[in-house]
Write a protein that binds this ligand. Structure first.
Ligand SMILES: NC(=O)C1=CN([C@@H]2O[C@H](COP(=O)(O)OP(=O)(O)OC[C@H]3O[C@@H](n4cnc5c(N)ncnc54)[C@H](O)[C@@H]3O)[C@@H](O)[C@H]2O)C=CC1
Ligand SMILES: O=C([O-])CC(=O)C(=O)O
Length: 266
């Protein structure tokens, strides 16, 4: 039985706990939240998972695996120290690696602890194909993220436009995956994931679109290289608790955790 500490208990984290209830190979033993969220997390967990410890840092013992579903800031704050202590970590906030030096810090922390940090595919598919294609050489990778206007609330997309008044699609960002992930930390993690699997944060072309005609989070990847080419299009259902986040992210996190506990992994 692997003992799991979950960093962040919001839309993704609470769904992960729900799905892992009664799992034969994994048990969530601790939930890490900011100090101001402890009381709310305790109240929520009383029903969802009584007995799970709520804390403001990853416990230094009694944890075999850490999963981050909190946001970019949690990588420096919680993931790096856990890795240095030798605890393997699974990370959802992949866009955090757009910050200068953070990818290198993660690698050094994992090497220091003799462990590994795993970046999950999250809301996007074909990461395996892209990462394999990269070995033969890639010429171009484009990622387009299209979400309903409400998913862009509280982001720079609101500057100079009224998202509620949109009647047609509106391109809110065009640039590199590095810029996209930094400007849209809650919406462009998949842009970072696609780029890290493929051509890198600076050579992956990203377009972000607010589109009042869609109800799903639509992700498209177009890649070309020595392997040939592919076009991927996904229409992801958003989580009820957070319209920015696709339900597939939850399933991706649970899959990554179950693979850690499984004798045969796919
Ligand atoms: N890789 C992917 O495809 C995706 C990744 N994400 C990442 O997952 C994160 C969480 O997504 P949701 O659950 O939908 O967001 P949410 O806002 O519903 O939940 C985040 C939770 O984390 C907690 N939190 C924030 N900062 C923290 C910290 N430093 N330490 C511990 N807890 C902290 C908050 O109190 C909140 O309860 C996003 O911010 C994003 O970085 C989200 C969607 C897709
Ligand atoms: O969940 C999604 O559809 C994608 C997302 O928010 C992200 O990439 O940060």
């Amino acid at each position: 039985m692997l003992r799991v500490a979950l960093i962040g208990c919001g839309a993704i984290g609470s769904s992960v706990i729900e799905l892992l209830k009664g799992d034969a190979g994994l048990a969530v033993v601790a939930v890490v939240t900011p100090a101001e969220g402890v009381a709310a997390a305790q109240a929520a967990l009383q029903k969802l998972a009584p007995g799970v410890q709520v804390c403001t840092g990853v416990p230094e013992s009694g944890v075999d695996l850490v999963v981050e579903t909190a946001g970019h800031a949690a990588i420096e704050e919680h993931v790096l120290p856990a890795l240095r202590r030798g605890t393997p970590c699974v990370v959802a906030s992949v866009g955090a690696l757009s910050a200068p030096g953070l990818a290198e810090k993660l690698e050094i922390a994992a090497i220091t602890g003799g462990t590994q940090v795993q970046l999950i595919a999250g809301a996007i598919g074909a990461i395996d194909a892209l990462a394999a294609a990269r070995i033969g050489g890639l010429d171009s990778v484009r990622y387009t993220g299209r979400k309903p206007p409400r998913a862009w609330k509280g982001t720079p997309a609101e500057q100079g436009r009224d998202l509620d008044a949109l009647t047609a699609e509106c391109v809110i960002f065009e640039g590199s995956a590095r810029e996209a992930a930094a400007l849209y930390p809650k919406n462009a993690n998949v842009a970072a994931t696609v780029s890290l699997a493929g051509l890198g944060l600076d050579r992956t072309l990203v377009r972000l679109i607010a589109d009042p005609t869609v109800a799903e989070n639509v992700h498209t990847v177009e890649a070309e290289g020595a392997f040939g080419s592919f076009e991927l299009s996904m229409r992801n259902k958003p989580l009820a608790a957070n319209p920015k986040t696709s339900a597939l992210t939850v399933y991706s996190a649970v899959r990554a955790l179950r693979n850690r506990a499984a004798a045969l992994a796919i």
